[in-house]
Ligand binder design. Structure first.
Ligand SMILES: Cc1cc2nc3c(=O)[nH]c(=O)nc-3n(C[C@H](O)[C@H](O)[C@H](O)COP(=O)(O)OP(=O)(O)OC[C@H]3O[C@@H](n4cnc5c(N)ncnc54)[C@H](O)[C@@H]3O)c2cc1C
Length: 261
C-alpha cells in the first residue's frame, strides 16, 4: 500500500478576449466606461461577470439607458450588490478547472452529485490497471490505522494473485480492458484516483458551502477547504463574503454571508 495525500491544483480559468470586449463596449457606446473599468478590475473572471451583469441594464454609465441615473462604478460595490441581491446567474459565465489528484472514489462518488454547472473527467479503472493500492488513510482511524493498512495490503495481494491468473502479454487491448474492469471490483472505495473538475463560480460557491460543512465527509471537506482558499485568493470579490470558521477537529468550515446566490 502506498499512503498518499489528496492534492488540489488549479489548472485553468476564464480569460477575456480583449478585442471582443472592446467591440462589445463600442456596441454599447461604453468605451469610456471600459477604459476606466478595466483599470479598476484587472481580474478577467470578475470582469466578465460584471460585464455580463451590466449588459442586462446597459448600466455602463449614466445616460446609455435613459432609465439609469446612477451606477456603481467600483467593481467591489457592483459585485457585492450582485451577491446581496442573489443575482447569481451571471456568476455562471466564468469557470475554474481544478485537478483533484490522489482523491478516493469515495470523494469522486460524492462530488458527482453536484450536477449543475460542472464538467468532470475521471481516470478510468477499465483502461488503467493499478500497479498497487495508493490510498489516503483518514485520521479518524487513530490507533486502528495499522490494522486498516494491513487489510488494504491483503486486498492488494489478493488483487495481484488474481491478476497473475492472466497472460497479459498475449491479450488484446479489449481483453485487457474487460479483465481490468472485472478485477477492479475487489478494489476498495478508498483507492486513489484523479479527477479533472471544472465548475462555474455560482456552483463553486455552493459546493464550498455544502462540502466544507462539518457534517460533510472528511476528505471532501479537506479538498474543498483548499478550493475555498484558492478562490478567496484569486477571485477576492466573488468570495468576499466567505469567512473561515475553525472547527474543534482542526478543520475549517467556509461560510458565505450570502448562501446559494
Ligand atoms: C453532508 C451531506 C450529506 C449527504 N448525504 C447524502 C446521502 O446520504 N445520500 C444521498 O443520496 N445524497 C447525499 N448527499 C448529496 C445531496 O443529497 C445532494 O445530492 C448533493 O449535495 C448535490 O447537491 P444539490 O442537490 O444542491 O445539487 P447541485 O447539482 O449542486 O445543484 C445546485 C442547485 O441547483 C438546483 N438544481 C440542480 N439540479 C436540479 C434539478 N434537476 N431540478 C431542479 N433544481 C436543480 C438546486 O437548487 C440545487 O441545490 C449529501 C450531501 C451532503 C453535503
Amino acid at each position: 500500500m502506498n499512503p498518499i495525500e489528496p492534492l488540489v491544483i488549479k489548472l485553468a480559468e476564464t480569460r477575456l478576449d480583449e478585442a471582443g470586449v472592446k467591440k462589445l463596449a463600442e456596441h454599447y457606446a461604453a468605451l469610456d466606461w471600459l477604459n476606466k473599468a478595466r483599470e479598476l478590475q484587472p481580474n478577467d473572471s470578475e470582469f466578465l461577470i460584471e460585464l455580463a451583469g451590466r449588459s442586462c441594464y446597459k448600466s455602463f454609465g449614466v445616460g446609455i439607458n435613459p432609465n439609469v441615473t446612477r451606477i456603481r462604478e467600483n467593481p467591489k460595490d457592483y459585485l457585492t450588490n450582485v451577491l446581496e441581491k442573489g443575482d447569481g446567474s451571471i456568476l455562471e459565465h466564468a469557470t475554474v478547472t481544478f485537478g483533484f489528484l490522489n482523491v478516493s472514489r469515495v470523494f469522486t462518488h460524492e462530488i458527482v452529485r453536484h450536477r449543475a454547472g460542472t464538467a468532470m473527467s475521471q481516470e478510468s479503472l477499465r483502461y488503467v490497471r493499478p500497479r498497487g493500492i495508493s490510498l489516503w488513510v483518514p485520521p479518524d482511524l487513530g490507533q486502528a490505522s495499522n490494522k486498516f493498512s494491513e487489510a488494504i495490503e491483503e486486498i492488494e495481494q489478493r488483487y495481484h494473485d488474481l491478476e497473475n491468473q492472466f497472460d497479459w502479454e498475449t491479450m488484446s487491448f479489449d481483453e485487457k480492458k474487460r479483465v481490468t474492469s472485472a478485477l477492479r471490483r475487489i478494489l476498495p472505495d478508498g483507492i486513489a484516483t484523479n479527477l479533472i473538475w471544472t465548475a462555474n463560480h455560482r456552483t463553486i460557491r455552493w459546493v464550498i458551502e455544502m462540502r466544507t460543512h462539518p457534517s460533510a465527509e472528511v476528505e471532501i471537506r479537506k479538498v474543498f477547504g483548499e478550493v475555498a482558499e484558492i478562490c478567496m485568493r484569486d477571485y477576492p470579490l466573488l468570495y468576499a463574503d466567505f469567512s473561515r470558521k475553525k472547527q474543534d477537529d482542526g478543520t475549517t468550515q467556509y461560510v458565505p454571508k450570502f448562501s446559494k446566490v
